[in-house]
Design a protein. Structure first.
Length: 134
């Protein structure tokens, strides 16, 4: 990926990465900030995705695994977990891999946070028709 130098170039590169990873969910988050904090939306796209997510040292699926672990550990980030569980699926993680990552997080963050994250995953999987039927 080429290095962006201007504010507009960083935003454009970030938007390309955001759209590839998060799809419409990411765009909806940015759009929802336009009437209250457009600069925050700009920074999420330009810096978060244009500078950080665009780095080649980690594959997108690996970045999502790290992100899922951190959001689970933080707790109270269920809306962001929903976006990033969708993103994890978009970049090639299987539902079973996501569930395994959330199970693994219980060791380090505790069962309440792992449970909350798993219930968000269940919601996303259900919406996408990926929840296994008994």
């Amino acid at each position: 990926m080429t290095e962006a130098t201007t504010r507009e170039e960083r935003y454009k590169m970030g938007r390309t990465v955001l759209d590839a990873v998060d799809g419409t969910a990411g765009a909806n988050v940015i759009d929802s900030l336009q009437d209250i904090a457009p600069e925050l939306g700009h920074q999420v796209v330009a810096w978060g995705f244009g500078e950080i997510y665009a780095r080649p040292e980690l594959a997108p699926r690996d970045r999502q695994l790290v992100t899922l672990g951190m959001l689970t550990a933080l707790g109270g980030c269920e809306p962001q977990l929903e976006v990033h569980i969708n993103a994890a699926l978009n970049v090639g993680l299987a539902p079973q891999q996501i569930v395994e990552a959330l199970l693994h997080s219980a060791v380090y963050c505790g069962f309440p946070r792992a449970l909350n994250a798993t219930f968000v995953a269940k919601k996303v999987f259900t919406e996408r028709g990926l929840l296994p039927r008994p």
